[in-house]
Design a protein around this ligand. Structure first.
Ligand SMILES: Nc1ncnc2c1ncn2[C@@H]1O[C@H](COP(=O)(O)OP(=O)(O)O)[C@@H](O)[C@H]1O
Ligand code: SF4
Ligand SMILES: [Mg+2]
Length: 395
């Protein structure tokens, strides 16, 4: 095992060296992105499977911070098939939001950068795709809200407090459909408000955000997300900021909409219960990597990774009496100095001799079920290791 250096203390000299390196790398990456504006070949690509809306392929998103490089997402690959719901679960800080922000190109640049891999977005249903990583900002503006839209965690901060609800929904529709008359835009807005279960749609159209409750505001956010019939809706912890009864109503609404609209949903949450009731596929993330992925059936009926098993055990079950709920011991490793072995090893109660070696590869244990854990090495097909980027390579 490699000797780990102590990263708790950074001298003035180290700090200067880190800043210098960060500047060099981020400038280079920004320049490459600017060059992509000139040549569509740099961002036009094809889907591996035209039945997917989005394919993440070994995507790495790093933050170049003053204390070093945070590998927030490090070599993740998963697909979002058409008309399906993919749940992304994992504890706070594991990289769920960074994954969705990378897909929307909303990372805080230049600190945050997608440094490797591809994010392919299906454009025509037949396989013609855009690689979001290199797509110029102007083109991204046509994609956001139109092909991919997002429902954020906190509806109050996502709505503009000084504009009426109607104007805010109208704006999105008008932006992406400039040929539509004002009357048609308003009709569509009212349709959307009705679709998300707002009974007094004419009244709400004229209201300001502060006049609505948290649940109503989140309904408006969902209406905005649906306004242009996007192929993919990202819901990042859509119910976390709401109280429990409203959470249930919003989840019912999303479940109901799922059958009415022909969009896929990427549902990001730390709550396994939410995923169990909605998702067709589940991706479990831990410390910036995917540790297990499969259909909801695979993950909930046959969880294989010790982390997934721990998450299941730590959920309360109605009717089951326990002294204390299980909690996974230990902490997530330091993000600026990840170990070279399994990231979960220091917390894992099932480790074996093999776990002393490298980070485990992705192992396919059924047609739909993939797990990154040495315990399954002899039971399935080894697909390969996640492709991390060496920071020196980026210089
Ligand atoms: N702007 C930023 N600057 C530095 N690090 C960041 C930034 N945003 C996110 N991170 C880091 O990325 C990791 C993943 O964050 P995030 O995706 O927001 O987690 P979550 O799974 O809770 O949504 C965290 O370790 C966090 O510290
Ligand atoms: S590879 Fe080993 S240490 Fe890592 S999760 Fe699997 S059993 Fe635990
Ligand atoms: Mg988050």
């Amino acid at each position: 095992m490699a000797k780990r250096k102590n990263t708790a203390y950074i001298s003035g000299k180290d700090s200067k060296a880190i800043s210098r390196m960060n500047r060099k790398i981020t400038r280079k990456l920004e320049k490459e992105r600017a060059d992509a504006n000139k040549d569509p070949k740099l961002y036009e690509t094809t889907m591996k499977d035209p039945n997917n809306v989005v394919e993440f392929d070994n995507m790495c998103t790093y933050f170049f911070t003053d204390i070093g490089v945070v590998k927030a997402v490090d070599g993740i690959s998963f697909n979002i098939p058409k008309c399906s719901t993919v749940g992304v679960v994992g504890e706070s800080g594991c990289g769920k939001s960074v994954t969705s922000l990378s897909l929307m190109q909303l990372l805080q640049r230049p600190t945050g950068q997608v440094v490797g891999g591809e994010i392919r977005l299906n454009l025509d249903g037949a396989g013609k795709a855009l690689n979001i990583v290199n797509t110029p900002t102007a083109k991204m503006q046509e994609i956001r809200g139109n092909r991919i839209s997002m429902i954020f965690q906190e509806p109050m901060t996502s709505l503009n407090p000084v504009f009426r609800i109607g104007d805010q929904v109208d704006e999105v529709i008008k932006l992406h459909n400039p040929e539509m008359s004002d009357e048609n835009v308003k009709t569509r807005t009212l349709e959307m408000l009705e679709l998300v279960g707002i009974a007094n749609k004419e009244g709400v159209y004229k209201m300001y955000p502060h006049e609505l409750s948290g649940g109503m505001r989140q309904r408006v956010m969902i209406a905005i997300a649906l306004a242009c019939k996007p192929g993919l809706i990202i819901a990042d912890e859509p119910t976390t900021a709401l109280d429990v009864t409203i959470q249930a109503q919003i989840l019912d609404l999303l479940r109901d909409l799922k059958d009415k609209i022909n969009s896929s949903i990427m549902l990001i949450t730390h709550d396994l219960g939410v995923v169990a009731s909605m998702a067709d596929y589940v991706v479990v993330m831990y410390a910036g990597r995917i540790v297990e992925k499969g259909t909801a059936q695979d993950i909930f009926h046959n969880p294989c990774h010790p982390y997934t098993i721990g998450l299941m055990k730590s959920k309360p079950v109605v009717g089951k009496k326990v002294e204390a709920l299980y909690n996974i011991p230990g902490n997530v490793p330091n993000p600026v100095d990840m170990p070279d072995y399994c990231y979960f090893r220091d917390r894992c109660e099932m480790q074996c001799d093999r776990c002393k070696g490298d980070y485990p590869p992705e192992i396919k244990i059924s047609d739909t079920h993939v797990v990154s854990c040495w315990r399954f090495h002899d039971e399935g097909e080894v697909l390969g290791f996640p492709k991390s980027k060496n920071v020196e390579e980026l210089l």
